[in-house]
Design a protein around this ligand. Sequence first.
Ligand SMILES: C[S@@+](CC[C@H](N)C(=O)[O-])C[C@H]1O[C@@H](n2cnc3c(N)ncnc32)[C@H](O)[C@@H]1O
Length: 470
Amino acid sequence: MTATKLSKEYVKQLKTQGEDAIKDALHPSQDSRVLTYVLHNLGRLPSNFNGTCFLPLIKHKHKNIRLLAVKNIGKLADVEFLDEMLAVVKNDDSTDVKREAVSSVGRMRNEKTIPALINILNNNDPKIVLQAIRALMIFRDSKEARHSVLQLKTHPNEIIQAVIEKEFSKTESLDRNKPKHPESPDYLINTVVHGNVLEILKSVPDESIHLTFTSPPYYNSRDYSTYQSYDEYLELLREVFQAVHRITKDGRFFVLNTSPIIIPRVSRQHSSKRYPIPFDIHPYLLDMGWEFIDDIIWLKPETSVKNRNAGFLQHRKPLAYKPNSTTEYIMVYRKQTHKLLDWNISQYDSQIVNSSKVLGKYETSNVWRIAPTTDKTHSAVFPAELCNRIIEFYSYELDLVFDPFAGAGTFGKSANNLSRYYFLTEIAKLYFDRIKEVLTQSKSFSPNVNQSFLTDAEFKKNAKRFEHGG
Ligand SMILES: C[S@@+](CC[C@H](N)C(=O)[O-])C[C@H]1O[C@@H](n2cnc3c(N)ncnc32)[C@H](O)[C@@H]1O
Protein backbone atom coordinates (compact mmCIF):
# COMPACT_ATOMS: atom_id res chain seq x y z
CA MET A 1 0.00 0.00 0.00
CA THR A 2 1.42 3.37 -0.96
CA ALA A 3 0.48 6.47 0.89
CA THR A 4 -0.87 8.11 -2.29
CA LYS A 5 -3.72 5.58 -2.66
CA LEU A 6 -5.18 6.36 0.72
CA SER A 7 -8.89 7.08 0.70
CA LYS A 8 -11.97 6.55 2.81
CA GLU A 9 -13.10 4.00 0.22
CA TYR A 10 -9.90 2.01 0.82
CA VAL A 11 -10.51 1.92 4.60
CA LYS A 12 -14.13 0.90 4.00
CA GLN A 13 -12.96 -1.99 1.84
CA LEU A 14 -10.52 -3.10 4.51
CA LYS A 15 -13.35 -3.23 7.01
CA THR A 16 -15.52 -5.38 4.72
CA GLN A 17 -12.59 -7.70 4.00
CA GLY A 18 -12.24 -8.44 7.72
CA GLU A 19 -9.74 -8.34 10.54
CA ASP A 20 -6.81 -9.91 8.62
CA ALA A 21 -6.93 -7.22 5.94
CA ILE A 22 -6.91 -4.52 8.64
CA LYS A 23 -4.08 -6.31 10.40
CA ASP A 24 -1.99 -6.20 7.19
CA ALA A 25 -2.72 -2.54 6.64
CA LEU A 26 -1.72 -1.80 10.23
CA HIS A 27 1.48 -3.81 10.20
CA PRO A 28 4.08 -1.77 12.16
CA SER A 29 6.40 -1.83 9.13
CA GLN A 30 3.83 0.19 7.13
CA ASP A 31 4.54 3.76 6.15
CA SER A 32 3.56 6.12 9.01
CA ARG A 33 1.13 8.04 6.80
CA VAL A 34 -0.75 4.81 5.99
CA LEU A 35 -0.89 3.82 9.65
CA THR A 36 -2.12 7.27 10.70
CA TYR A 37 -4.73 7.43 7.95
CA VAL A 38 -6.14 3.96 8.56
CA LEU A 39 -6.20 4.32 12.34
CA HIS A 40 -7.83 7.72 12.04
CA ASN A 41 -10.54 6.58 9.64
CA LEU A 42 -11.47 3.18 11.02
CA GLY A 43 -14.56 4.59 12.70
CA ARG A 44 -16.79 1.96 14.31
CA LEU A 45 -14.99 -1.37 14.48
CA PRO A 46 -16.65 -4.52 13.07
CA SER A 47 -18.32 -6.70 15.74
CA ASN A 48 -16.10 -9.46 17.16
CA PHE A 49 -13.03 -7.48 16.17
CA ASN A 50 -10.37 -8.64 18.61
CA GLY A 51 -8.10 -5.62 18.26
CA THR A 52 -4.74 -7.32 18.78
CA CYS A 53 -3.52 -5.58 15.60
CA PHE A 54 -3.40 -2.32 17.60
CA LEU A 55 -1.07 -3.68 20.28
CA PRO A 56 2.27 -3.36 18.41
CA LEU A 57 1.33 0.21 17.50
CA ILE A 58 1.02 1.39 21.10
CA LYS A 59 4.82 1.32 21.14
CA HIS A 60 5.30 3.00 17.75
CA LYS A 61 7.91 5.76 17.60
CA HIS A 62 5.36 8.33 16.35
CA LYS A 63 3.28 9.79 19.13
CA ASN A 64 0.22 10.29 16.94
CA ILE A 65 0.19 6.62 15.89
CA ARG A 66 0.44 5.49 19.52
CA LEU A 67 -2.39 7.86 20.42
CA LEU A 68 -4.65 6.58 17.63
CA ALA A 69 -3.88 2.94 18.45
CA VAL A 70 -4.83 3.53 22.10
CA LYS A 71 -7.98 5.35 21.01
CA ASN A 72 -9.04 2.41 18.83
CA ILE A 73 -8.44 0.02 21.72
CA GLY A 74 -10.75 2.27 23.74
CA LYS A 75 -13.52 1.68 21.18
CA LEU A 76 -13.40 -2.03 21.98
CA ALA A 77 -14.28 -1.32 25.65
CA ASP A 78 -12.63 -4.65 26.49
CA VAL A 79 -11.14 -5.16 29.95
CA GLU A 80 -8.71 -7.70 28.44
CA PHE A 81 -6.60 -4.71 27.38
CA LEU A 82 -6.36 -3.29 30.91
CA ASP A 83 -2.73 -4.28 31.53
CA GLU A 84 -1.57 -2.90 28.19
CA MET A 85 -3.32 0.40 28.83
CA LEU A 86 -1.84 0.64 32.33
CA ALA A 87 1.62 0.02 30.84
CA VAL A 88 1.02 2.97 28.48
CA VAL A 89 0.01 5.18 31.44
CA LYS A 90 3.17 4.14 33.25
CA ASN A 91 5.71 4.23 30.43
CA ASP A 92 4.66 6.51 27.58
CA ASP A 93 6.40 9.87 27.57
CA SER A 94 3.48 11.80 26.03
CA THR A 95 0.75 13.20 28.28
CA ASP A 96 -1.77 13.00 25.42
CA VAL A 97 -1.14 9.29 24.90
CA LYS A 98 -1.26 8.56 28.63
CA ARG A 99 -4.49 10.49 28.97
CA GLU A 100 -6.01 8.60 26.05
CA ALA A 101 -4.99 5.32 27.74
CA VAL A 102 -6.79 6.35 30.96
CA SER A 103 -9.80 7.30 28.84
CA SER A 104 -9.69 3.84 27.21
CA VAL A 105 -9.65 2.24 30.67
CA GLY A 106 -12.70 4.37 31.52
CA ARG A 107 -14.52 3.20 28.40
CA MET A 108 -14.19 -0.40 29.63
CA ARG A 109 -16.79 0.46 32.31
CA ASN A 110 -15.72 -2.58 34.25
CA GLU A 111 -15.41 -2.79 38.05
CA LYS A 112 -12.12 -4.64 37.62
CA THR A 113 -10.60 -1.31 36.54
CA ILE A 114 -11.46 0.48 39.83
CA PRO A 115 -8.24 -0.32 41.78
CA ALA A 116 -6.09 0.69 38.78
CA LEU A 117 -7.98 3.95 38.31
CA ILE A 118 -7.66 4.71 42.04
CA ASN A 119 -3.94 4.16 41.71
CA ILE A 120 -3.81 6.65 38.81
CA LEU A 121 -5.25 9.31 41.13
CA ASN A 122 -1.71 9.53 42.58
CA ASN A 123 -0.23 10.50 39.21
CA ASN A 124 1.65 13.79 39.37
CA ASP A 125 0.11 15.14 36.15
CA PRO A 126 -3.24 16.82 36.95
CA LYS A 127 -4.51 16.11 33.40
CA ILE A 128 -4.06 12.35 33.94
CA VAL A 129 -5.69 12.57 37.39
CA LEU A 130 -8.67 14.41 35.91
CA GLN A 131 -9.13 11.69 33.31
CA ALA A 132 -9.05 9.04 36.05
CA ILE A 133 -11.63 11.01 38.06
CA ARG A 134 -13.87 11.11 35.00
CA ALA A 135 -13.52 7.34 34.61
CA LEU A 136 -14.25 6.72 38.31
CA MET A 137 -17.41 8.86 38.22
CA ILE A 138 -19.11 5.94 36.46
CA PHE A 139 -18.67 3.99 39.68
CA ARG A 140 -19.99 6.68 42.03
CA ASP A 141 -22.03 3.95 43.80
CA SER A 142 -18.83 2.13 44.71
CA LYS A 143 -17.77 3.17 48.22
CA GLU A 144 -14.12 2.64 47.38
CA ALA A 145 -14.22 4.77 44.20
CA ARG A 146 -16.22 7.53 45.85
CA HIS A 147 -14.00 7.67 48.90
CA SER A 148 -10.79 7.83 46.85
CA VAL A 149 -12.07 10.58 44.58
CA LEU A 150 -13.41 12.61 47.51
CA GLN A 151 -9.99 12.55 49.11
CA LEU A 152 -8.80 14.75 46.25
CA LYS A 153 -10.95 17.62 47.54
CA THR A 154 -7.75 19.09 48.94
CA HIS A 155 -5.65 18.36 45.84
CA PRO A 156 -3.38 21.35 45.06
CA ASN A 157 -4.75 21.65 41.52
CA GLU A 158 -7.71 24.06 41.36
CA ILE A 159 -9.43 22.36 38.40
CA ILE A 160 -9.38 19.00 40.21
CA GLN A 161 -10.83 20.65 43.32
CA ALA A 162 -13.58 22.32 41.28
CA VAL A 163 -14.52 19.11 39.43
CA ILE A 164 -14.85 17.17 42.69
CA GLU A 165 -16.76 19.95 44.35
CA LYS A 166 -19.20 19.99 41.45
CA GLU A 167 -19.62 16.26 41.07
CA PHE A 168 -20.06 15.48 44.73
CA SER A 169 -21.78 18.59 46.07
CA LYS A 170 -25.34 17.99 47.18
CA THR A 171 -27.95 19.01 44.65
CA GLU A 172 -29.47 22.33 45.67
CA SER A 173 -32.77 22.07 47.48
CA LEU A 174 -35.52 24.01 45.79
CA ASP A 175 -36.03 27.27 47.68
CA ARG A 176 -39.61 28.27 47.00
CA ASN A 177 -39.08 31.80 48.32
CA LYS A 178 -36.25 32.45 45.89
CA PRO A 179 -37.43 34.48 42.87
CA LYS A 180 -37.22 32.71 39.52
CA HIS A 181 -33.96 33.34 37.69
CA PRO A 182 -35.38 35.88 35.18
CA GLU A 183 -37.23 37.82 37.93
CA SER A 184 -36.10 40.55 40.32
CA PRO A 185 -37.75 42.40 43.25
CA ASP A 186 -40.20 45.02 41.90
CA TYR A 187 -38.83 47.86 44.02
CA LEU A 188 -35.46 47.67 42.25
CA ILE A 189 -36.90 47.90 38.76
CA ASN A 190 -36.19 51.17 36.94
CA THR A 191 -35.03 52.68 40.21
CA VAL A 192 -32.29 55.28 40.66
CA VAL A 193 -31.07 55.97 44.19
CA HIS A 194 -29.14 58.99 45.36
CA GLY A 195 -26.57 57.96 47.98
CA ASN A 196 -23.54 55.88 48.81
CA VAL A 197 -23.80 52.55 46.98
CA LEU A 198 -22.39 50.67 49.98
CA GLU A 199 -25.26 51.86 52.17
CA ILE A 200 -27.90 51.37 49.49
CA LEU A 201 -26.90 47.77 48.72
CA LYS A 202 -27.58 46.78 52.34
CA SER A 203 -31.26 47.02 51.36
CA VAL A 204 -30.95 44.83 48.26
CA PRO A 205 -31.64 41.10 48.63
CA ASP A 206 -29.19 38.37 47.59
CA GLU A 207 -29.34 37.30 43.93
CA SER A 208 -31.45 40.18 42.60
CA ILE A 209 -29.38 41.43 39.66
CA HIS A 210 -28.62 39.88 36.27
CA LEU A 211 -25.72 42.05 35.12
CA THR A 212 -23.52 44.81 36.50
CA PHE A 213 -21.48 47.10 34.28
CA THR A 214 -19.60 49.93 35.88
CA SER A 215 -16.76 52.36 35.68
CA PRO A 216 -15.71 53.29 39.20
CA PRO A 217 -14.17 56.65 40.12
CA TYR A 218 -10.62 56.97 38.75
CA TYR A 219 -9.00 57.24 42.20
CA ASN A 220 -8.08 60.94 42.62
CA SER A 221 -7.55 61.75 38.97
CA ARG A 222 -10.90 63.52 38.45
CA ASP A 223 -12.50 66.34 40.35
CA TYR A 224 -15.44 64.28 41.60
CA SER A 225 -13.38 61.93 43.75
CA THR A 226 -11.12 62.41 46.79
CA TYR A 227 -9.70 59.51 48.74
CA GLN A 228 -7.15 59.73 51.56
CA SER A 229 -5.02 57.01 50.01
CA TYR A 230 -4.92 54.47 47.20
CA ASP A 231 -5.50 51.74 49.79
CA GLU A 232 -8.66 53.47 51.00
CA TYR A 233 -9.84 53.70 47.38
CA LEU A 234 -9.15 50.03 46.65
CA GLU A 235 -10.90 49.03 49.86
CA LEU A 236 -14.04 50.92 48.80
CA LEU A 237 -14.04 49.12 45.45
CA ARG A 238 -13.45 45.79 47.19
CA GLU A 239 -16.43 46.32 49.48
CA VAL A 240 -18.69 47.46 46.64
CA PHE A 241 -17.79 44.54 44.37
CA GLN A 242 -18.22 42.09 47.24
CA ALA A 243 -21.76 43.44 47.72
CA VAL A 244 -22.34 43.29 43.96
CA HIS A 245 -21.31 39.63 44.10
CA ARG A 246 -23.89 38.95 46.81
CA ILE A 247 -26.76 40.59 44.90
CA THR A 248 -25.84 38.99 41.56
CA LYS A 249 -27.78 35.95 40.42
CA ASP A 250 -26.08 32.59 40.13
CA GLY A 251 -23.68 32.42 37.19
CA ARG A 252 -24.32 35.97 35.96
CA PHE A 253 -21.83 38.59 34.82
CA PHE A 254 -19.97 41.54 36.25
CA VAL A 255 -18.18 43.76 33.74
CA LEU A 256 -15.67 46.27 35.03
CA ASN A 257 -14.27 49.20 33.07
CA THR A 258 -11.06 50.63 34.50
CA SER A 259 -7.63 51.67 33.32
CA PRO A 260 -4.33 52.59 34.92
CA ILE A 261 -4.38 56.26 35.87
CA ILE A 262 -1.75 58.92 36.37
CA ILE A 263 -1.57 61.34 39.25
CA PRO A 264 0.47 64.27 37.92
CA ARG A 265 3.73 65.25 39.57
CA VAL A 266 3.63 67.72 42.44
CA SER A 267 6.51 69.77 41.00
CA ARG A 268 9.43 69.40 38.59
CA GLN A 269 11.43 67.82 41.43
CA HIS A 270 8.98 64.86 41.55
CA SER A 271 7.69 62.25 39.14
CA SER A 272 4.08 61.60 38.25
CA LYS A 273 2.70 58.34 39.64
CA ARG A 274 0.91 55.63 37.75
CA TYR A 275 -1.66 53.38 39.49
CA PRO A 276 -2.47 50.04 37.76
CA ILE A 277 -6.10 49.93 38.99
CA PRO A 278 -7.37 46.94 36.90
CA PHE A 279 -4.43 44.77 37.95
CA ASP A 280 -4.75 45.68 41.62
CA ILE A 281 -8.50 44.97 41.73
CA HIS A 282 -8.33 41.71 39.77
CA PRO A 283 -6.98 39.50 42.63
CA TYR A 284 -9.63 40.88 45.00
CA LEU A 285 -12.35 39.91 42.55
CA LEU A 286 -11.08 36.35 42.21
CA ASP A 287 -10.86 36.05 46.00
CA MET A 288 -14.47 37.08 46.51
CA GLY A 289 -15.81 34.50 44.05
CA TRP A 290 -15.81 36.16 40.64
CA GLU A 291 -14.50 33.91 37.90
CA PHE A 292 -12.36 35.66 35.29
CA ILE A 293 -13.93 35.28 31.84
CA ASP A 294 -12.43 37.77 29.37
CA ASP A 295 -10.37 40.89 28.97
CA ILE A 296 -11.66 43.26 26.34
CA ILE A 297 -9.63 46.26 25.24
CA TRP A 298 -11.53 49.46 24.60
CA LEU A 299 -9.40 51.25 22.00
CA LYS A 300 -9.92 54.99 21.48
CA PRO A 301 -8.62 57.11 18.61
CA GLU A 302 -5.20 58.53 19.55
CA THR A 303 -6.41 62.03 18.79
CA SER A 304 -9.00 61.71 21.56
CA VAL A 305 -6.54 61.12 24.43
CA LYS A 306 -4.05 63.31 26.24
CA ASN A 307 -0.77 63.69 24.36
CA ARG A 308 2.17 62.56 26.54
CA ASN A 309 4.70 62.57 23.68
CA ALA A 310 5.71 66.19 23.52
CA GLY A 311 8.95 65.72 25.52
CA PHE A 312 10.09 62.47 23.95
CA LEU A 313 9.32 63.76 20.47
CA GLN A 314 11.99 66.41 21.05
CA HIS A 315 14.73 64.66 23.08
CA ARG A 316 14.30 60.98 21.95
CA LYS A 317 16.14 59.73 25.04
CA PRO A 318 15.47 56.14 26.11
CA LEU A 319 13.84 55.60 29.54
CA ALA A 320 11.77 58.74 29.15
CA TYR A 321 9.37 57.28 26.57
CA LYS A 322 5.70 57.89 27.41
CA PRO A 323 3.12 56.28 25.10
CA ASN A 324 -0.31 57.80 24.75
CA SER A 325 -2.87 55.74 26.66
CA THR A 326 -5.49 54.92 24.08
CA THR A 327 -6.92 51.87 25.86
CA GLU A 328 -9.11 51.01 28.80
CA TYR A 329 -9.86 47.54 30.12
CA ILE A 330 -13.25 45.94 30.04
CA MET A 331 -12.79 42.98 32.38
CA VAL A 332 -15.52 40.36 32.27
CA TYR A 333 -16.25 38.16 35.30
CA ARG A 334 -18.92 35.59 36.10
CA LYS A 335 -20.27 34.76 39.55
CA GLN A 336 -18.63 31.44 40.27
CA THR A 337 -21.02 28.53 40.04
CA HIS A 338 -21.12 24.84 39.25
CA LYS A 339 -23.82 25.56 36.70
CA LEU A 340 -23.01 25.83 33.01
CA LEU A 341 -24.07 28.84 30.94
CA ASP A 342 -26.64 26.54 29.34
CA TRP A 343 -28.36 26.37 32.72
CA ASN A 344 -28.63 30.17 32.84
CA ILE A 345 -29.96 30.31 29.29
CA SER A 346 -32.47 27.52 29.93
CA GLN A 347 -34.11 29.64 32.66
CA TYR A 348 -35.65 31.89 29.98
CA ASP A 349 -38.63 31.06 27.80
CA SER A 350 -37.94 30.61 24.10
CA GLN A 351 -39.60 33.92 23.20
CA ILE A 352 -37.11 35.89 25.33
CA VAL A 353 -34.20 33.81 24.08
CA ASN A 354 -35.21 34.57 20.49
CA SER A 355 -35.90 38.26 20.94
CA SER A 356 -32.57 38.70 22.79
CA LYS A 357 -30.46 37.18 20.02
CA VAL A 358 -27.55 39.37 18.88
CA LEU A 359 -28.29 39.59 15.18
CA GLY A 360 -26.29 41.11 12.33
CA LYS A 361 -22.66 42.18 12.41
CA TYR A 362 -20.91 42.17 15.75
CA GLU A 363 -17.38 42.61 17.07
CA THR A 364 -15.64 39.24 16.96
CA SER A 365 -12.34 40.28 18.55
CA ASN A 366 -11.53 41.50 22.05
CA VAL A 367 -10.45 44.88 20.72
CA TRP A 368 -13.39 47.24 20.62
CA ARG A 369 -12.74 50.44 18.70
CA ILE A 370 -15.15 52.98 20.14
CA ALA A 371 -14.73 56.76 20.26
CA PRO A 372 -15.20 58.38 23.68
CA THR A 373 -18.13 60.69 24.22
CA THR A 374 -18.90 63.78 26.30
CA ASP A 375 -21.75 64.91 28.49
CA LYS A 376 -22.79 68.44 29.40
CA THR A 377 -22.62 67.65 33.14
CA HIS A 378 -20.38 64.63 33.75
CA SER A 379 -16.70 64.54 32.73
CA ALA A 380 -16.34 60.74 32.26
CA VAL A 381 -19.33 59.07 30.67
CA PHE A 382 -19.61 55.74 28.88
CA PRO A 383 -20.17 55.89 25.12
CA ALA A 384 -23.64 54.45 24.41
CA GLU A 385 -22.06 51.94 21.98
CA LEU A 386 -19.99 50.44 24.80
CA CYS A 387 -23.05 50.02 27.06
CA ASN A 388 -25.09 48.58 24.19
CA ARG A 389 -22.51 45.87 23.50
CA ILE A 390 -22.23 44.87 27.15
CA ILE A 391 -26.00 44.69 27.53
CA GLU A 392 -26.53 42.72 24.32
CA PHE A 393 -23.69 40.24 24.94
CA TYR A 394 -24.25 39.64 28.65
CA SER A 395 -27.99 39.92 29.42
CA TYR A 396 -31.44 38.91 28.20
CA GLU A 397 -34.42 41.13 27.54
CA LEU A 398 -36.34 42.13 30.70
CA ASP A 399 -33.28 41.43 32.87
CA LEU A 400 -32.37 43.85 35.64
CA VAL A 401 -28.99 45.51 35.03
CA PHE A 402 -27.07 47.56 37.58
CA ASP A 403 -24.50 50.35 37.65
CA PRO A 404 -23.29 51.17 41.19
CA PHE A 405 -21.32 54.23 40.00
CA ALA A 406 -23.94 55.49 37.59
CA GLY A 407 -22.57 58.97 36.75
CA ALA A 408 -24.90 60.44 34.13
CA GLY A 409 -26.87 57.18 33.87
CA THR A 410 -25.69 56.19 30.38
CA PHE A 411 -25.93 52.49 31.22
CA GLY A 412 -29.54 52.91 32.39
CA LYS A 413 -30.46 54.70 29.16
CA SER A 414 -28.96 51.94 27.01
CA ALA A 415 -30.69 49.31 29.13
CA ASN A 416 -34.06 50.92 28.48
CA ASN A 417 -33.32 51.26 24.74
CA LEU A 418 -32.56 47.53 24.64
CA SER A 419 -35.63 46.45 26.66
CA ARG A 420 -33.81 45.76 29.93
CA TYR A 421 -34.68 47.24 33.34
CA TYR A 422 -32.13 49.30 35.25
CA PHE A 423 -31.12 49.87 38.85
CA LEU A 424 -28.64 52.72 39.40
CA THR A 425 -26.91 54.35 42.37
CA GLU A 426 -25.03 57.66 42.35
CA ILE A 427 -23.57 59.58 45.27
CA ALA A 428 -23.34 63.09 43.77
CA LYS A 429 -26.59 65.09 43.68
CA LEU A 430 -25.48 66.91 40.53
CA TYR A 431 -25.12 63.62 38.64
CA PHE A 432 -28.22 62.06 40.22
CA ASP A 433 -30.19 65.03 38.83
CA ARG A 434 -28.55 64.52 35.45
CA ILE A 435 -29.61 60.84 35.46
CA LYS A 436 -33.16 61.93 36.22
CA GLU A 437 -33.05 64.34 33.28
CA VAL A 438 -31.56 61.73 30.90
CA LEU A 439 -33.95 58.93 31.85
CA THR A 440 -37.16 60.93 32.00
CA GLN A 441 -36.39 62.28 28.53
CA SER A 442 -35.95 58.83 26.98
CA LYS A 443 -39.06 56.95 25.96
CA SER A 444 -39.62 53.98 28.25
CA PHE A 445 -39.79 50.55 26.60
CA SER A 446 -42.22 49.56 29.34
CA PRO A 447 -44.61 52.50 29.90
CA ASN A 448 -46.52 50.51 32.55
CA VAL A 449 -43.45 50.31 34.78
CA ASN A 450 -42.80 53.46 36.81
CA GLN A 451 -39.41 55.10 37.06
CA SER A 452 -38.36 55.94 40.65
CA PHE A 453 -35.77 58.54 41.63
CA LEU A 454 -35.25 58.10 45.36
CA THR A 455 -33.19 59.20 48.30
CA ASP A 456 -31.42 56.50 50.23
CA ALA A 457 -34.04 56.82 53.02
CA GLU A 458 -36.97 56.46 50.61
CA PHE A 459 -35.35 53.43 49.03
CA LYS A 460 -34.83 51.80 52.44
CA LYS A 461 -38.53 52.29 53.21
CA ASN A 462 -39.47 50.53 49.97
CA ALA A 463 -37.09 47.69 50.81
CA LYS A 464 -38.70 47.24 54.25
CA ARG A 465 -42.16 47.19 52.71
CA PHE A 466 -41.00 44.54 50.23
CA GLU A 467 -39.45 42.48 53.03
CA HIS A 468 -42.82 42.45 54.81
CA GLY A 469 -44.58 41.39 51.66
CA GLY A 470 -46.20 44.79 50.99
C1 LIG B 1 -16.45 57.21 36.30
S1 LIG B 1 -17.91 57.87 36.90
C2 LIG B 1 -19.12 56.88 36.12
C3 LIG B 1 -19.66 57.47 34.86
C4 LIG B 1 -20.74 56.60 34.23
N1 LIG B 1 -20.20 55.37 33.75
C5 LIG B 1 -21.47 57.32 33.08
O1 LIG B 1 -21.56 56.77 31.97
O2 LIG B 1 -21.94 58.43 33.28
C6 LIG B 1 -17.99 57.33 38.56
C7 LIG B 1 -19.18 57.85 39.34
O3 LIG B 1 -19.22 57.18 40.61
C8 LIG B 1 -19.80 58.10 41.55
N2 LIG B 1 -19.47 57.58 42.91
C9 LIG B 1 -18.28 57.66 43.55
N3 LIG B 1 -18.35 57.06 44.76
C10 LIG B 1 -19.62 56.58 44.89
C11 LIG B 1 -20.30 55.86 45.90
N4 LIG B 1 -19.70 55.51 47.04
N5 LIG B 1 -21.58 55.50 45.69
C12 LIG B 1 -22.21 55.84 44.53
N6 LIG B 1 -21.62 56.55 43.53
C13 LIG B 1 -20.34 56.90 43.70
C14 LIG B 1 -19.16 59.42 41.18
O4 LIG B 1 -19.90 60.50 41.66
C15 LIG B 1 -19.13 59.33 39.66
O5 LIG B 1 -20.24 59.95 39.07
